[in-house]
Design a protein around this ligand. Structure first.
Ligand code: GDP
Ligand code: MG
Length: 166
């Protein structure tokens, strides 16, 4: 089995951190600063059962000029060609305009979208439940998986569910 997985989400939610954990080496640039991932970085995860190619999709944000517009469109059109899209959000931040803009586009996709709630190490479980409820009101997610990209919580579950999707 093999296929592609795209990771989308606002800056700083932990996309590069997750990608680094997946490939087990630092290929994406991590930073507290927004927009440090310059290119689509592809990481490959291989086991005896499955091979998955991951795409870190930067620059999905409100376009400020025409070039930005073009780049955002290119980023979204790449999502049509993957097996799964991971929509990553941060558990310690409320859903914002940036999230809503992404959700609006994801709703129109035929591809299954997983809601990956990252940084669960930073919040109380009750708060996590409220976050999940809030996001599920916005669209139907194929899966909802809370994780901590830095600590590794639920990482194996995420990889298992993804491989089932290939
Ligand atoms: P990106 O912009 O979405 O690629 O986000 P990064 O992967 O660069 O992460 C942004 C910041 O969040 C970095 O300082 C990470 O160390 C931190 N971070 C990522 N995942 C977690 C997590 O699960 N828990 C905590 N506490 N911090 C995290
Ligand atoms: Mg990044």
């Amino acid at each position: 089995k093999s296929g592609f997985v795209a990771i989308v989400g606002r800056p700083n939610v932990g996309k590069s951190t997750l990608l680094n954990r997946i490939v087990g080496q630092k290929i994406a640039i991590m930073s507290d600063k927004a927009q440090t991932t310059r290119n689509k970085i592809q990481g490959v995860y291989t086991t005896d059962k499955v091979q998955m190619v991951f795409i870190d999709t930067p620059g999905i944000h409100k376009p400020k000029h025409r070039l930005g517009d073009y780049m955002v469109e290119a980023a979204y059109s790449a999502l049509k060609e993957v097996e799964v899209v991971l929509f990553m959000v941060s558990a310690d931040q409320k859903r914002g305009k940036g999230d809503d803009m992404i959700i609006e586009r994801l709703r129109k996709l035929q591809v299954p979208v997983y809601l990956v709630i990252n940084k669960i190490d930073k919040i109380h479980p009750d708060e996590l439940l409220l976050q999940i409820e809030d996001y599920q009101k916005q669209m139907d997610f194929a899966q909802v998986i809370p994780i901590s990209a830095t600590q590794g919580n639920n990482f194996e579950t995420l990889m298992h569910e993804l491989s089932e999707q290939m």
